[in-house]
Design a protein around this ligand. Structure first.
Ligand code: AMP
Length: 394
């Protein structure tokens, strides 16, 4: 990476502003139900403290308060969890900018400070320069460790970099290294697995990855638009009618580029989504039936392609994995990919990461991205503004 990383910074005696992703799920009683995003931020925080930083000032958003103070989206529960993980006190400020926050930081006995939810201010998502300047004025240097929001040009990911020397934290660096290497210099054969609900979300990705991959496996809801483009009956399965010709075009492009496309060939179908008891496995979908998972023959064919791969990137579940009766395809695939040895397996964030976690297959994967949207945009070949804005290495 040609950007400064936290290791390139002289941190001794410095006030260090770190953008972290503490957007964790909370239950009704404000208990954190999954603290992975906090535990993953600890490496950078620990390192900065060990380097003798005067203060570590953490900032994050939580939920979508859309510019208003929402009581149950305060970061206080995160602060408590962080205290336990760091074994030291954390000062949670009442706001993220303003003279009172500045004063609280100056007077603080605590080395670690957690600013209140950035998105209590509309200025954050608007990338307002004045707001960014106020955030930057709290510190001497800036570290971005929030990969999951780096595809957004917000004040805390982009604006602040205009005022402070800016470097990548360990988590951000890890994401760029894994995903970047897979995209630019993968061990081959390189196979991507695509699933999820919509073709429209994956068109740019397929266009960008076609010249780089050896095979693309397509399952999930998006497969039916491709099957329709081949003239197949898909019953009432998910269809984006306005994308049928795009799908046809992509299949032709893949053929020209010598990229193998492996599409679902048998299906778990139901008549009524809410009635899993009537499900059956078919090769040809009849009118009135809807595909909710890949069938056993497809699972076998997908595994055969994957068995030859040296790099696998997976984005999108291959069935409605949230419903037990429709989850076997995604579970089997997760178990298979995680069992492969000598393979770099990268899981895009979001639903795919949730599926892999649900089926207890996390340990066998090489890398699970913390950013669904951000990893998708990297695979689409887009420049992520929060990364592009970091200071270049000399
Ligand atoms: P996405 O947000 O595009 O990654 O889509 C993820 C969602 O796609 C998950 O919630 C799955 O339940 C859904 N999904 C996967 N396969 C199917 C299918 N065959 N029919 C309907 N939804 C599906």
């Amino acid at each position: 990476m040609n950007k400064l990383t936290v290791k390139d910074l002289d941190l001794k005696g410095k006030k260090v502003l770190i953008r972290v992703d503490f957007n964790v799920p909370l239950d009704d009683k404000l208990n954190i139900t999954d603290d992975r995003r906090i535990t993953e931020a600890v490496a950078t925080i620990d390192y900065v403290l060990k380097q003798g930083a005067a203060k570590v000032i953490l900032m994050s958003h939580l939920g979508r308060p859309e510019g208003q103070v929402v009581e149950n989206q305060r970061l206080a529960p995160v602060g408590k969890r962080l205290e336990k993980l760091l074994s030291q006190k954390v000062l949670c400020t009442k706001d993220c900018v303003g003279p009172e926050v500045k004063k609280a930081i100056e007077l603080s006995q605590e080395k670690v400070i957690l600013l209140e939810n950035l998105r209590f201010h509309k200025a954050e998502t608007k990338n307002d320069p004045e707001f960014a300047k106020q955030l930057a004025s709290l510190a001497d240097v800036f570290v971005n460790d929030a990969f999951g929001t780096s595809h957004r040009a917000h004040a805390s990911t982009h604006g602040v970099t205009q005022y402070l020397k800016s470097a990548a934290g360990f988590l951000l660096e890890k994401e760029i290294n894994y995903l970047g290497k897979a995209i630019d210099n993968p061990a081959r054969p390189f196979v991507i697995i695509l699933g999820g609900a919509k073709v429209s979300d994956k068109i740019a990705l397929i266009e960008n990855m076609l010249p780089k991959v050896n095979a693309i496996i397509i399952g999930g809801g998006m497969a039916y638009t491709f099957l329709k483009s081949q003239g197949k009956e898909i019953g009432t399965s998910l269809l984006e009618a306005d994308k049928v010709s795009v799908a046809k075009d992509l299949l032709e492009k893949a053929q020209k580029a010598n990229v193998k496309i492996e599409l679902s060939r048998d299906f778990v179908v139901v008549k009524d989504f809410k009635n899993p008891a009537e499900l059956k496995i078919v090769k040809d979908i009849e009118p009135g039936w809807s595909g909710v998972d890949i069938g056993p023959e497809t699972r076998k064919a997908f595994k055969a392609v994957l068995s030859t791969a040296k790099t696998i990137v997976w984005n999108g579940p291959v069935g409605v994995f949230e419903v037990k009766e429709y989850s076997d395809g995604t579970r089997e695939l997760a178990e298979y990919v995680s069992s492969l040895k000598g393979v770099t397996s990268i899981v895009g964030g979001g639903d795919t990461a949730a599926a892999v976690a649900k089926f207890n297959c996390e340990a066998g994967m090489t890398h699970i991205s913390t950013g669904g949207g951000a990893s998708l945009e990297l695979l689409e070949g887009k420049v992520l503004p929060g990364i592009a804005a970091l200071t270049d290495k000399k």
